[in-house]
Design a protein around this ligand. Structure first.
Ligand code: NAD
Ligand code: DAU
Length: 354
């Protein structure tokens, strides 16, 4: 049986990935190693709780003892490393935890994998997938071509700099020790279970409550949006078919300015909840994010030609599914917003991190 260690599986993409793996690879043993910070929500995985092939371990990737314990107790074949501090605005307010989790944590996982797997790692089919971001390539101008995997790194925020540091450690372990490391750079994800600090779920919450929907600066900044299930499919394709030592861009090829995106989102919300009435008047321009990257865009030629992956869900369809999910999970949203699920953590684990 294949055993996969998923770090950060109680967060947004990690939870979607675990659900996706359960469906696509029902025989794999899934280990979810997550600290359950403010961004990790055990409720996201409630349906896996009784599954004999699912193990949850509460732990910190930056805790060397905890990381080595997982590797000594389980025969891990694959690592999919999501665990990270992920919100750019938080990284501007408090960079230190980003360095600790994203850089030190990734270093610990790589070192534990290297020591446990030894020089036979590649021959035995072991793989370490480092989940990176398009943000490590830095800001593009409106007319720049999309970036390839070989583009130089130029991170702007403490978040993207810490992800870049983690990536370089992963690459170094591949080059120096032959650890079978693969990297993916993905664009902005959206879909179910996303913590309402990120643009789409935050704007939805605000609009549902009739509160201002803040747009940083002019709203002209451009992001490329990918529906989270497309990302999960791409990750499995890279994990199973990618070449160790290589990195792969995964994007949605759906670039749009923040202002246009929020208008589309609000229109979809009103289409599904006509009783709310028009919501556009809630859009409020606020001071810009410091160092705000203008645009990200990824060239998908490599993953398309080598692995046959491409995004399938259009932005319109993805927004329809996303709005429908949040509207049909008002309890989830309410508990996340009020921090109510943290009481569960307090009872279950005696404390809450982050
Ligand atoms: P998230 O913030 O929703 O979840 C992060 C998870 O990591 C949470 O469950 C949290 O409890 C856990 N975690 C945080 N610190 C930890 C620690 N020290 N030890 C163990 N677990 C810890 O994140 P997300 O949006 O799902 O992103 C997952 C990964 O994908 C990250 O590595 C991120 O950089 C990358 N990524 C995200 C996006 C995006 O649009 N969200 C795009 C590209 C890449
Ligand atoms: O590109 C991939 C990255 O996407 C991931 O690596 C990050 O983990 C993830 O957080 C995300 O980063 P962004 O900064 O692009 O996402 P965010 O949702 O915070 O913001 C999207 C855009 O919307 C960005 O240009 C800032 C803007 N914004 C954001 C918020 C929260 C607003 O205008 N108003 C807001 O209230």
């Amino acid at each position: 049986m294949t055993t996969v260690l998923v770090t950060g599986g109680a967060g947004f993409i990690g939870a979607n990935f675990l659900h996706f793996l359960r469906r696509e690879r029902p025989r794999w043993h899934l280990i979810n190693f997550d600290l359950l910070t403010y961004a990790g929500n055990p409720e996201n995985l409630a349906d896996l709780a009784g599954d004999p092939h699912y193990t949850f371990i509460r732990g910190d990737v930056a805790d060397w003892e905890a990381v080595t314990r997982v590797f000594s107790r389980h025969d891990i074949d694959l690592v999919v490393h999501f665990a990270a501090e992920t919100h750019v605005d938080r990284s501007i307010l408090d960079p230190a935890v980003f360095v600790r989790t994203n850089v030190v944590g990734t270093g610990h996982l790589l070192e534990a994998a290297r020591r446990t797997w030894g020089p036979e790692a590649r021959a035995r089919g072991r793989r370490f997938l480092q989940i990176s971001t398009d943000e490590v390539f830095g800001s593009l101008g409106s007319h720049d071509p999309p970036v390839r995997e070989t583009a130089p790194y130029a991170p702007s925020s403490p978040y993207s700099a810490s992800k870049a540091g983690a990536d370089w450690l992963a690459r170094a372990y591949g080059r120096t020790y032959g650890l079978p490391v693969l990297l993916t750079h993905c664009s902005n994800n959206y879909g179910p279970y996303q913590f309402p600090e990120k643009l789409i779920p935050f704007a939805l919450c605000q609009a549902l409550e009739g509160k201002p929907v803040p747009i940083y600066g002019t709203g002209g900044n451009i992001r490329d949006w990918i529906y989270v299930e497309d990302h999960c499919r791409g990750l499995l394709a890279v994990l199973e078919g990618g070449e160790p030592g290589e990195s792969y861009n995964l994007g949605g090829e759906q670039e749009i300015s923040n202002l246009e995106l929020v208008r589309l989102l609000l229109a979809e919300l009103v289409a599904q909840r006509p009783d709310l009435g028009p919501r556009d008047h809630l859009i409020t321009f606020v001071p810009d994010r410091p160092g705000h990257d203008w645009r990200y865009a990824l060239d998908l030629t490599k993953v398309r030609t080598t692995l046959g992956w491409q995004p399938q869900v259009s932005l319109k369809e993805g927004l329809r599914r996303t709005v429908a999910w949040y509207l049909s999970h008002p309890g989830w949203l309410e508990r996340v917003r009020t921090g109510e699920y943290r009481h569960f953590l307090q009872r279950q684990y005696g404390g809450v991190a982050g």
